[in-house]
Design a protein around this ligand. Structure first.
Ligand SMILES: Nc1ncnc2c1ncn2[C@@H]1O[C@H](COP(=O)(O)OP(=O)(O)OP(=O)(O)O)[C@@H](O)[C@H]1O
Ligand SMILES: [Mg+2]
Length: 257
């Protein structure tokens, strides 16, 4: 039975790169309005998990369900999976807003063009409507006056806020963030976290990979600690940060304070 109150459901996800098994059976549920923070050491599989959710990486086994719709997969004949319905993947991807560490704005387009590109060319929204939505979003992230600027002429914090506006422009069901502030100079981190914090307060469903533990503690409804491709421990932020149970989580938390 499909459950649309569940924004994302990941079941027993495995991912292998050749002989290396990076995800070893991860299950995760994000209900609507949840803000899930994924924490863990470098190489623990955080980005891979996020990338499997929107099929930027193909899982080796397991399932991903978005808003009650399970992505249809078939075996590729080499021990992995491939989507059996590419159009379904394309459609589901347009419901997920992804923000990367390195912004990934289109450099040859202005900020406004970046934000309206997918709404106009993929979602076939009328251009003037897409521009109106984009301008509202750019005001929200404090970039309205930069709408005609090219990314190369903007700070990292401005580029990341533009990338967030671009991800929001598709009216996603879920926002996925992969370390959105770790490429920024320290003085620019706050402006990006403040935008993400506003989204959390609006009860937008989000899955956020972050190294900003203080922020995770403030905004997350649920924290997942990945270690070696499995969920080592998970729970509400207070329990994870103040009363960690596993030795590995204790060590991880003490290493970042
Ligand atoms: N395309 C790929 N091909 C081969 N190995 C990969 C690929 N992508 C990731 N890996 C490996 O998978 C493991 C997990 O990588 P992943 O990027 O998910 O870690 P992470 O938890 O996001 O780490 P970080 O905090 O450094 O970003 C690493 O050992 C990495 O080298
Ligand atoms: Mg990563």
């Amino acid at each position: 039975m499909s459950d649309t109150a569940q924004a994302i459901e990941v079941r027993d996800l495995h991912k292998r790169f050749g002989p290396l098994e990076v995800l070893k059976g991860v299950s995760l549920t994000a209900k609507q309005g949840d803000v899930i923070a994924i924490i863990g050491g470098s190489g623990s599989g955080k980005s891979t998990l996020l990338r499997c959710i929107n099929m930027l990486e193909l899982p080796s086994a397991g399932s991903v369900t978005v808003h009650g719709e399970t992505i249809e997969m078939k075996t590729d004949g080499h021990g992995g999976l491939i989507p059996s319905n590419r159009r379904q993947v394309q459609r589901i991807r347009t419901r997920l807003g992804m923000v990367f560490q390195s912004f990934n704005l289109w450099q040859h387009m202005t900020v406004l063009q970046n934000v309206i590109e997918v709404p106009v060319h993929v979602l076939k929204q009328p251009r003037d409507e897409a521009i109106a939505v984009a301008e509202t979003l750019l005001k929200r992230v404090g970039l309205y006056e930069k709408r005609d600027a090219y990314p190369a002429f903007m700070s990292g914090g401005q580029q990341q806020r533009a990338a967030i506006a671009r991800a929001l422009a598709i009216q996603p069901l879920v926002m996925l963030f992969d370390e959105p502030t770790s490429a920024l100079d320290p003085e620019l981190v706050g402006e990006v976290l403040s935008v993400i914090g506003d989204l959390a307060r609006e009860k937008r469903t989000m899955i956020l990979v972050t190294h900003e533990m203080k922020f995770a503690r403030q905004v997350a409804s649920h924290v997942v600690f990945l270690h070696g491709g499995v969920i080592e421990e998970q729970g509400p932020p207070q329990a994870i940060f103040e009363d960690p149970k596993s030795e590995r989580l204790k060590k991880f938390i003490s290493s970042i304070h």
